[in-house]
Ligand binder design. Structure first.
Ligand code: DQA
Length: 149
């Protein structure tokens, strides 16, 4: 089973960026966290971060036929991007939305999520742990579909 982890704009600034909201751990620490959890769960993983909407669309399209599930934190593009929504719909790969912060308790403009319309689940407000919850969710879902563990 292979999962693609996608992270959107400004997540490369984790650790520096608004630490009261996003914590003090760096993006490199997030990548290490994801690699460790995938090893533990026996999942092959690919991790990609971009500040560019089109690059994220390209990564979703490239996953077609190669990836069983997607974990995506589209960051600010969550609230604006029909292109990312359409890309996830186009490939039809089971996708889980993750946010480090609890967007439901933040500004009004963060209450809109386009990507959510194409996602089977959302985890928000669990910090890095949200990525683990998403991977475990997809492993259980895909194990049920494919019969693989
Ligand atoms: C975020 C929440 C978004 O509203 C914000 O634009 C981000 C990060 C999160 O992980 O909490 O960049 O997706």
């Amino acid at each position: 089973m292979k999962l693609l982890f996608l992270n959107g704009p400004n997540l490369n600034m984790l650790g520096t960026r608004e630490p009261d909201i996003y914590g003090r751990q760096t993006y490199a620490a997030l990548e290490e966290y994801i690699r460790d959890l995938c090893e533990e769960l026996g999942i092959e993983c690919e991790i990609f971060q971009s500040n560019h909407e089109g690059a994220l669309v390209d990564a979703i399209q490239a996953a077609y036929g190669k990836t069983d599930g997607i974990v995506i934190n589209p960051a600010a593009y969550t609230h604006t991007s029909v292109a990312l929504l359409d890309a996830v719909k186009a490939v039809g790969i089971p996708t889980v939305e993750v946010h480090i912060s609890d967007v439901s308790k933040r500004e009004d403009f963060r209450q809109v999520s386009y990507i959510r319309l194409a996602c089977c689940k959302t985890f928000a407000g669990y910090g890095f742990e949200g990525y683990r919850l998403a991977a475990e969710y997809l492993k259980a879902l895909l194990g049920g579909i494919t019969g693989q563990g």
